[in-house]
Design a protein around this ligand. Structure first.
Ligand code: NAI
Length: 334
C-alpha cells in the first residue's frame, strides 16, 4: 500500500535530516508519496495571524505529517508556527517516549518512560497583553474538557502499550483552581482504569525525582508548560535532544517530529544527526500500522548506534549525515 504523507522539511538542518530519513524509509521497502510543503504563517485580511492554508489542507487530507524543525523568534516576531500547527489541527496529545539508545553516552541507562503532554492550552494559549506599561498579563487556560481528553488519551495509551503506572504532575498547591481542575479531571478518569496505578507529584519535586531516579517513572501526564520542560529534562538523562522523538496526535491528524530545533550552528555542514527524526518516523510507522518496517528500522538503528563507528559528532562520533544514513541502510540488509 502506498501512503501519502505531508513532509515539512523545515529550517536549518531540517532538509538534511528529512532527506536522510526519506532514504532510510525507502530502503526499508515502504511505498510513500511525500507531499513536500513549506510551513509559514501569514497575516490575513482581518489582521490575524494564520498558518498557510495549503499546508493545513495537505495535513488534513493525508491525516499525517513528518516535520523538520522550524525556527521561532525569541521575545517578539511572529507567533510560533509549531504551536500554530498544533492548534489549527487540534493535535491535543504530545507523546514523548524517552529511552536509552545503545551506544549513546547517558547519565542513566535502562530509562524507559513516556511523557504525555497536553498540547493545546495552559500558558501556551498565547493570551498575553500589557495591562499598563511595565505590567504584562499572560493567561493560563485550563479546561475540564481538555484535561479529561488528555487523561483519557494517557490511560488508553497505557492500556495499549502495557504501561502500568501514571504520575500526574501539577502545582495545585499554589495554582489551586487551574492545576486543581487538571488534577480533578484526571482523578475521575483514573477511576475507570483500576488496573493502572495512579499517582500525583508536585512539579518541582517531580523534577528532582527525575534526576535522582528516573527508573521510578513509567508514564507522566502533564499540562503544556510542565510537559515541555520535563520532557527536555528527561531527554537530557538519556543523551540529549538528538535521540528523542515525539508525536503530536489529534483525532483527525498527527504530526511526528524530533524534539530538537534547527541547529543553526551546524546547518549546511552535513553533520546533523537524523536519529531523533528517524525515531519520530518509526513512531509514525507504528501509528499507521507499518509495524514490521518500524521494527526493521529500529533494530538497524540500534545496531549502528551500538557499534558506535558511524555516529555523528553530537554523540561523540565523526561520521557525516550521509555516512550515518548509509550505515543504517546497510544494517537493514545485514
Ligand atoms: P537546537 O535544538 O536547534 O540546538 C541546540 C544544540 O543541539 C546545538 O548545539 C545544535 O547544534 C545541537 N543539535 C540539535 N539537533 C541536532 C541534531 N539533529 N544533530 C546534531 N546536533 C544537533 O536548539 P536552539 O538552538 O535552542 O534552537 C534553534 C532554533 O530551533 C530556534 O529558532 C528554536 O525556536 C527552534 N526550535 C524548533 C523546534 C521545533 O521546530 N520543534 C524545537 C526547538 C527549537
Amino acid at each position: 500500500m502506498t501512503h501519502t504523507i505531508t513532509l515539512i522539511p523545515g529550517d536549518g538542518i531540517g532538509p538534511e535530516i528529512c532527506s536522510a530519513v526519506k532514504q532510510i524509509l525507502l530502503a526499508a521497502g515502504l511505498a510513500i508519496r511525500w507531499e513536500e510543503m513549506a510551513a509559514r504563517g501569514d497575516v490575513d485580511r482581518r489582521g490575524s495571524y494564520a498558518m498557510n492554508a495549503e499546508l493545513i489542507d495537505s495535513i488534513r487530507r493525508n491525516r499525517l505529517a513528518l516535520k523538520g524543525p522550524l525556527a521561532t523568534a525569541v521575545a517578539g516576531g511572529h507567533p510560533s508556527i509549531n504551536v500554530g500547527l498544533r492548534k489549527a489541527l487540534d493535535l491535543y496529545a504530545n507523546v514523548r517516549p524517552v529511552k536509552n539508545l545503545p551506544g549513546v553516552p547517558a547519565q542513566f541507562q535502562g530509562v524507559d518512560l513516556v511523557l504525555i503532554r497536553e498540547n493545546t492550552e495552559d500558558l501556551y494559549a498565547g493570551l498575553e497583553h500589557e495591562v499598563v506599561p511595565g505590567v504584562v498579563e499572560s493567561l493560563k487556560i485550563i479546561t475540564e474538557k481538555a484535561s479529561t481528553r488528555i487523561a483519557r488519551f494517557a490511560f488508553q495509551y497505557a492500556q495499549k502499550h502495557g504501561r502500568r503506572r501514571i504520575h500526574a504532575i501539577h502545582k495545585a498547591n499554589i495554582m489551586k483552581m487551574s492545576d486543581g481542575l487538571f488534577l480533578n479531571s484526571i482523578r475521575k478518569v483514573a477511576t475507570e482504569y483500576p488496573e493502572i496505578e495512579y499517582k500525583e507529584l508536585i512539579v518541582d519535586n517531580a523534577c528532582m525525582q527525575m534526576v535522582l531516579n528516573p527508573h521510578q517513572y513509567d508514564m507522566l501526564l502533564l499540562t503544556n508548560l510542565y510537559g515541555d520542560i520535563m520532557s527536555d529534562l528527561a531527554a537530557g538523562l538519556v543523551g540529549g535532544l538528538g535521540v528523542v522523538p515525539s508525536g503530536n496526535i489529534g483525532e483527525e491528524a498527527a504530526i511526528f517530529e524530533a524534539v530538537h530545533g534547527t541547529a543553526p550552528d551546524i546547518a549546511g555542514r552535513g553533520i546533523a544527526n537524523p536519529t531523533a527524526l528517524l525515531m519520530s518516523a518509526i513512531m509514525m510507522l507504528d501509528h499507521i500500522g507499518e509495524s514490521s518496517a518500524a521494527r526493521r528500522i529500529e533494530s538497524a538503528l540500534a545496531r549502528v548506534s551500538g557499534r558506535g563507528a558511524s555516529l555523528t559528532p553530537d554523540v561523540g562520533g565523526s561520521a557525516t549525515t550521509s555516512e550515518f544514513t548509509r550505515a543504517v541502510i546497510g544494517a537493514m540488509g545485514s
